[in-house]
Design a protein around this ligand. Structure first.
Ligand code: UDP
Length: 413
């Protein structure tokens, strides 16, 4: 039977898998715990879904737990998210109390596991305070920030920093997101799983199925943005870009595909606004997809001519990587992790305004050979930089590095 790791050798190369096996030797049997705030919806859940079984297959004793709370907990953590991405927010004291209490309750529930683990990876601010309630922890704790925290709201960051500074290390996706912290900071961009239902190659028949399913015309151009309904993803800006382009290319169709993340309380209001802006135009398709609609998203990305990710803030943007892997040029907001992936004029275009996006959409739809060429470069760029095996290697390296501290020389296996 082919193991999970062996199946990755076909995409990433045998040597990459051998390297992973070698790196994992000193980590065999170690207890690793990942904690985030949702099992489905959003990029973090997407990554952990595959990172965890692969680490397990390499012989690490890995568990993934989720911190759950009442609606006021998510309200508070959404404030954190917005504040880390630069919004001015005043968080009421009672919500901060709920936040700390929820972290405290989680620590009580999982105390043994938390205190015994060799490595605890805490993802994002939601469970960041758990460490404060685990004074007897034995292992190394790493705070993994997936958010664009390049210009955080100072007051909120100051509050969170008190928790984060107690960690042994932190991980950011980009150098500009790092913060003044006294522990070592590591840069590890996220990645996609090329073999998941979301990204694996699918038959032309499966791709074609999305046309009748969503009332799309296969003979007319389609632009797509896949995102949670979140203001930082700028869905309204996408509609503006579409409307500006539509004046010149009347056959254009727009798909805005989103879903609900259980830890995002603002989605409904943004969706309402989007529906308002889209109303009256039958060529704008606003799709609310179930959380497990991976094959549908895969097919939509393949069925589209161009993929947009017009975010105004973006920690990384897995949707960008996913589209690039499907050989689509991406027109992306000139921000955060999108800049790491969209190499302007090569793998796509970086834009700052709806007008800029509209200009690039027109250009690509009128220069099909360029569109194809950029799409090919996009796929190659992802193969080299953003596949799961690279992220796994960096996680293993980080753990080996933390075990050995400041030793000059580390001998593996
Ligand atoms: N996603 C999904 N359904 C949706 C919207 C998004 O499955 O309706 C997936 C998307 O394909 C990607 C992840 O959720 O894998 C979003 O990650 P990204 O880094 O783009 O954004 P985040 O939501 O983490 O801010």
């Amino acid at each position: 039977m082919t193991t999970l790791l062996e199946s990755y050798a076909k995409v990433a190369g045998e040597d990459v898998i051998d390297h992973l096996r070698q790196l994992s030797v000193p980590l065999k049997g170690m207890k690793v715990l990942h904690i985030n705030s949702t099992r489905i919806g959003g990029g973090v859940a997407e990554i952990l879904t595959k990172l965890v079984p692969l680490q397990q297959e390499l012989g690490l004793d890995v568990k993934w737990e989720v911190i759950l709370g009442r609606s006021d907990f998510y309200q508070c953590t959404k404030y954190f998210h917005n504040a880390l991405q630069g919004s001015h927010v005043e968080i009421p004291q009672n919500l901060l109390k709920v936040y700390e209490q929820t972290n405290n309750d989680f620590a009580d529930e999982f105390r043994e596991m938390l205190e015994e683990a060799d490595f605890v990876f805490i993802h994002d601010p939601q469970p960041a305070a758990v460490l404060k309630f685990c004074p007897n922890r034995k292992g190394r704790w790493i705070w993994r920030c997936h958010i664009d925290g390049s210009h955080p709201n100072r007051q909120v960051w100051k509050y969170l920093r008190d928790f984060v500074s107690e960690y042994d290390a932190s991980i950011f996706s980009l150098a500009v997101f790092s913060q003044a912290l006294s522990h070592p900071q590591y840069l590890i961009p996220p990645s996609i799983d090329p073999l998941s239902d979301k990204n694996k190659s699918i038959s032309a028949k499966e791709v074609r199925a999305v046309f009748p399913d969503f009332d799309l015309d296969p003979d007319r151009p389609i632009i797509l943005q896949v995102s949670r309904f979140d203001k930082f993803k700028d869905p309204i800006g996408v509609i503006q870009s579409y409307k500006l382009t539509k004046r010149f290319i009347p056959t254009l169709q727009l798909v805005l595909a989103g879903g609900e993340a259980t830890d995002d309380p603002e989605g409904e209001a943004v969706l309402k606004e989007v529906r308002g802006a889209a109303s009256g135009d039958p060529d704008i398709h606003v799709l609310l997809l179930p959380a497990d609609a991976h094959t549908t998203i895969n097919a939509l990305q393949r069925a589209s001519d161009i993929v947009l990710q017009k975010s105004i803030k973006e920690g990384f943007g897995l949707t960008v990587t996913e589209a690039m892997w499907k050989s689509k040029p991406v027109i992306g907001g000139n921000t955060g992790g999108i800049r790491l992936q969209v190499i302007d004029h090569h793998t796509g275009f970086l834009v700052n305004t709806p007008e800029g996006a509209a200009l690039r959409i027109r250009y690509l739809l009128h220069h099909r050979n360029k569109l194809k060429e950029m799409g090919k470069k996009a796929r190659d760029f992802v193969r080299e930089n953003f596949l799961l095996t690279r992220q796994l290697r960096e996680h293993l390296t980080l753990m080996v590095g933390l075990i050995h501290g400041a030793e000059d020389r580390i001998v593996l296996g």
